[in-house]
Design a binder for this molecule. Structure first.
Ligand code: GUN
Ligand code: ZN
Length: 429
């Protein structure tokens, strides 16, 4: 029949559940085969069993000696900040004024937006990231550009127009009404088209009037299935500012909740300066946190408390937060996640790390029914990692005895150089 079959062979590692909760969550086939039918996982298992029943003539890519994992999920990143990554010397609010806003101004030009969007998507794929929740800018054309670039590459991508009608430069300002209308038009045009999903995107509480916050909440209510993404409690000066702007609110989180922005598919980056009431509220409402370690260290923002988030049952994913973050590599992001947690007297096993970068991220986005592991029927997004990509990696990996050790070395020393191939819907990119 017409169904298209292909297969890859290598060392397969994926998660059936959260390894923190279930010690048998990690599934490993030292010599494994992943069979893809029409872009979806047909089956995954030991090579000996699966090769025997593969119809003759099925294309088989041989990656023996390499690891095959589900594609990485970056739950927070800004594509318009690609060109200001690694800008020196400021914390959040000054960094936004001096670097971010001028860079985002250039996205008024659709040709610039298209060029950056293409580069950004290629760079995600080169790093093994197949799904991302990304900020665009205030310009609707910036959203069009990123959706078009992701669509051309068949990626799963969430983005939306930034809403921002106060406390920002005039040249980046919308209004409560235009922000609402433009977001609605983009939802109708793009949400659920191919693998694309829309996120209502109030930048953060300080840059939206109460009227705009309320309309963003209304949009979220009016469009079930649509996401909402924002920033929460990243920097202490920012938290103080929000407290001054919103004396009526119990906390920073409460500003979002009062505006109707807290719920399933609401995604908040950073979440550093929260209390347990906030964390409980997020868990109860089904909202997710995006842990962005390279950004939190680079901007001097603070240390994420993963143990507390987990203890209270909050969904957590991992984000690069480029350009506040310093790498689009989810491996480098795991490296710094480990160090952030060390500073907080916590730890991150390699299993928990790779779970966070794959199925855990998918779960935080309510996409774990479609991506995140190799369960039959899932979209076949995967990455092929070469544990011998550099002389040091080869040498250090050769000294490992357990899978956990080898994965830990990859997460600490790995970056884009270890990504041998990235497949989207089964197809190498
Ligand atoms: N808070 C509001 N806007 C931003 C942004 O662009 N990056 C980061 N890291 N935090 C923000
Ligand atoms: Zn951000």
């Amino acid at each position: 029949n017409a169904s298209r079959l292909s297969a890859v062979r290598g060392e397969i590692v994926h998660f059936l559940a959260d390894p923190a909760a279930d010690p048998r969550a990690l599934e490993h086939f030292a010599d494994g085969v992943l069979i893809v039918r029409d872009g979806h996982v047909a089956e995954c298992g030991p090579a000996a069993a699966l090769l025997a029943k593969l119809p003759s003539g099925t294309p088989l890519a041989d990656h023996r000696g390499r690891l095959i994992l589900p594609g990485f999920v970056d739950t927070h990143v800004h594509y318009p900040q690609t060109d200001i990554i690694a800008s020196h010397g400021e914390q959040l609010l000054e960094w936004l004024e001096n670097y971010t806003f001028p860079a985002e101004r250039r996205f008024a030009d659709p040709a610039h937006a298209a060029e950056v969007a293409g580069f950004f998507c290629d760079e995600l794929l080169r790093n093994g990231t197949t799904t991302a929740a990304a900020f665009a800018t205030v310009h609707p054309a910036s959203v069009e550009a990123l959706f078009a670039a992701a669509q051309a590459r068949r990626m799963r991508l969430i983005t939306g127009k930034v809403l921002m009608d106060r406390n920002c430069p005039e040249f980046l300002r919308d209004t409560a009404e235009t922000g609402y209308a433009e977001s609605r038009a983009l939802i109708e045009r793009w949400h659920n088209r191919d693998r694309l999903l829309y996120a209502i995107t109030p930048r953060f509480a300080p840059t939206s009037t109460p009227a705009q916050m309320a309309l963003a909440g209304r949009l979220f209510r009016e469009h079930p299935g649509v996401f909402l993404q924002s920033h929460l409690a990243e920097n202490r000066a920012e938290v103080d500012w929000v407290a001054r702007l919103h004396p009526e609110a119990r906390s920073y989180l409460d500003v979002y909740e009062r505006a109707g922005q807290l719920g399933m598919r609401a995604l908040f980056a950073h979440c550093l300066w929260l209390d347990d009431t906030d964390r409980r509220r997020m868990a109860e409402r089904g909202a997710a946190m995006s842990f962005c370690p390279t950004s939190n260290l680079f901007l001097g923002s603070g240390l994420f408390d993963l143990r507390r988030a987990r203890a209270l049952g909050v969904r957590v994913g991992l984000g690069t937060d480029v350009g506040g973050g310093t790498s689009l590599s989810m491996l480098q992001t795991l490296n710094e996640a480990y160090k952030v947690l060390q500073l907080g007297g916590q730890s991150l096993s390699a299993a928990s790390g790779f779970h966070l970068a794959t199925l855990g991220g998918a779960h935080s986005l309510y996409l774990d029914d479609r991506i995140g592991n190799f369960a039959p029927g899932k979209e076949a997004d995967f990455v092929v990692l070469d544990p011998r990509a550099t002389p040091l990696l080869a040498r250090r990996s050769a000294g490992c005895t357990t899978l956990e050790e080898r994965l830990f070395v990859l997460m600490m020393l790995g970056d884009d150089r270890v990504v041998a191939a990235t497949h989207v819907m089964g197809v190498p990119m």
